[in-house]
Unconditional design. Structure first.
Ligand SMILES: [Zn+2]
Ligand SMILES: [Zn+2]
Length: 175
């Protein structure tokens, strides 16, 4: 959804809509994403344009250990400041880049608000997603999901450990 900053300067713009986002554009960690409902407003408050919006959606992401799908419902609120500046000289261009973070500097009068929504959703994806804190993951040898079943590979390792412990422990009187 593109807005015309010249118009916003004269009159605030409100919106409420459902938007389809390309999951690939949002984050490679998202397997599925629903339609996103969002509503908000953008207005001019010297010297910035203020964008505020609420959003909600549901998504499917993958557990980092067992690779099972996890469905979550998300909702949030975001606020951004936009500074619209038209650079005239090289020097000004440099100055614009040095602006403090947190303020989005644009030079075009048309601004795509949907890009803010994509950014917001991307930031909400945790670095490491786990289906549960106690997720056992998958067996590195046979690939079964250890949350649902156990495998012989695991037992094999256990036996070896027991033998090793016996050796280290040096049972009294034996051998
Ligand atoms: Zn898991
Ligand atoms: Zn296994």
């Amino acid at each position: 959804m593109k807005i015309d900053l010249v118009k916003v300067k004269l009159e605030p713009v409100n919106w409420s809509e459902e938007v389809e986002l390309e999951k690939g554009d949002v984050s490679p960690d998202i397997v599925e994403i629903s339609t996103v409902s969002w509503k908000g407003k953008v207005y001019y408050a010297y010297p910035f344009f203020v964008v505020e919006f609420d959003y909600s959606y549901s998504q499917v992401i993958r557990c980092a250990r067992c690779l099972e799908d996890i469905s979550t419902k998300e909702k949030g609120f975001a606020r951004y400041l936009i500074s619209w500046e038209v650079p005239y000289t090289e020097e000004e261009n440099v100055r614009l880049k040095e602006k403090d973070l947190g303020v989005i500097v644009v030079t075009d009068r048309f601004f795509d608000l949907t890009s803010l929504l994509s950014d917001e959703i991307e930031m909400r994806v945790p670095v490491k997603v786990l289906c549960s804190e106690s997720c056992k993951g998958i067996c590195a040898k046979c690939g079964v999901n250890l949350n649902f079943e156990s495998c012989d590979c695991e037992e094999e390792i256990d036996h070896r450990w027991i033998k090793l412990l016996n050796v280290v422990g040096g049972k009294d009187g034996s051998t």
